[in-house]
Design a protein. Structure first.
Length: 400
């Protein structure tokens, strides 16, 4: 006795994540960035692992992040551009490899139309790009291929969610006036578009008396009907084309109105679900968060150095409070820290490398309670340097 998990289950999981962000009482997902200190080899980042230790390090190193909204997320499928002289796989209801990585049974054309291949003319090369956009028919091209028009990418989908390896897919539940709604509405459940001859037989000379059962004046021929998916071809592109992947596209612009800093680099991108407000049991819901600890200081002397450790106590090893400098504003005597541990007091803050020292006069806590949200995704990367006039475009694909 065997059991399998189907592609439909993976699609359902992707849909649940999509819906959790888009619904009114939505899940709070944040794309975050952090780790301003080098890897052992900055050109070869450490491999992320699914351990408690790695998730704790995300919280230790995180600098800030931005909320994922319903406009920032979509389902995607692998991108398959129509290319002449390519053999495309035809849809077959008995095929168990339609959603394999190397199977190409749909295409995206240069017109940004998506078509499903229903017949490939006995595995011939495709030489005629489909262009028709009729709702309720299929198209037979000059090369013998039969295609079903599925949908067309809109401007937002092309600009934000069309990548070199991925392309957006969606199924509509309401009439948005698009061609896709017409296609879905016109789809016929149980329709048979293709008859596949599995054995051509021999001796047939009179086509007028050849039926689907392949009887006539010859013998040995067999055929079977290719049954369309539930609802008919074009009724549900997400399930028909295997939309079991999520793409998030989040922009972080400069300081995000002063919430974030933009003078340092980062080496890690993560996704955090439902973090709590610092000092509270309520879920954080603002659009942007900063996780650095801010200090105001008084005094004079040597200057602190960005990325050095600072501490209170006799030494860093025996410190009662420590952290790593993310930002030092000498003009205003303010500092932002990551990797902080312990509770700061209004005593001397020592710089491990610089030998600098000042007195802490006040602290401003981070936005989030440490380790309060679930870390869903970790990507360790080579360094990216931020700038105040720079926009970070985080495009993250999650595969189910």
């Amino acid at each position: 006795m065997t059991a399998i998990t189907t592609t439909n289950l993976r699609i359902n999981s992707a849909e649940q994540l999509l819906e959790s962000v888009s619904e009114p009482a939505s899940t709070m997902l944040y794309v975050s960035y952090g780790k301003n200190t080098p890897w052992a080899n900055d050109s070869l980042p450490n491999t992320a692992s699914d351990t408690i230790a790695d998730k704790n390090e995300v919280w230790r190193d995180v600098i800030g992040g931005k909320k994922v909204t319903g406009n920032d997320i979509t389902l995607v499928i692998k991108r398959v551009d129509w290319t002449t002289n390519t053999v495309y796989t035809q849809y077959d209801d008995t095929a168990n490899n339609l959603y394999d990585a190397n199977t190409q049974f749909y295409v995206l054309t240069s017109d940004y139309n998506v078509y499903k291949c229903l017949y490939n003319n006995n595995s011939s090369n495709s030489t005629s790009m489909p262009t028709y956009t009729s709702f309720n028919t299929t198209s037979t091209e000059s090369d013998g291929y039969v295609w079903k028009y599925m949908y067309t990418l809109n401007t937002k989908e092309k600009q934000r969610f069309l990548l070199d390896a991925w392309m957006p897919v969606k199924s509509l539940t309401l009439d948005d006036g698009s061609a896709q709604w017409g296609i879905q509405s016109a789809a016929v459940d149980g329709a048979i578009d293709i008859i596949l001859v599995s054995n051509s037989g021999s001796g047939f000379t009179n086509s007028s008396n050849v039926s689907i059962s392949i009887t006539g004046d010859g013998s040995g021929a067999n055929a079977r009907a290719i049954i369309g998916p539930y609802g008919g071809h074009g009724s549900n592109p997400v399930y028909e084309l295997g939309g079991s992947n999520i793409l998030m596209d989040v922009l972080i612009k400069g300081t995000e109105d002063g919430v974030l800093i933009a003078n340092n680099d980062y080496r890690q991108v993560s996704i955090i679900k439902d973090p709590l407000i610092y000092g509270s049991s309520s879920i954080f819901s603002n659009s942007v968060f900063s996780q650095s600890l801010s200090l105001a200081l008084a005094g004079s002397g040597p200057e602190y150095v960005v990325d050095e450790y600072v501490y209170q106590g006799a030494s860093l090893a025996s410190s009662t409070f420590s952290g790593r400098i993310l930002l030092w504003d000498s003009a205003n005597s303010t500092m932002k820290l990551t990797e902080y541990t312990g509770t700061p007091t209004t005593t001397t803050l020592n710089g491990q490398t610089s030998g600098a020292y000042r007195y802490i006069t006040s602290t401003t806590n981070p936005n989030l309670k440490n380790r309060s949200g679930q870390v869903l995704y970790i990507d360790n990367i080579t360094p990216v340097t931020r700038a105040i006039d720079q926009t970070e475009n985080f495009k993250i694909v999650i595969k189910y």
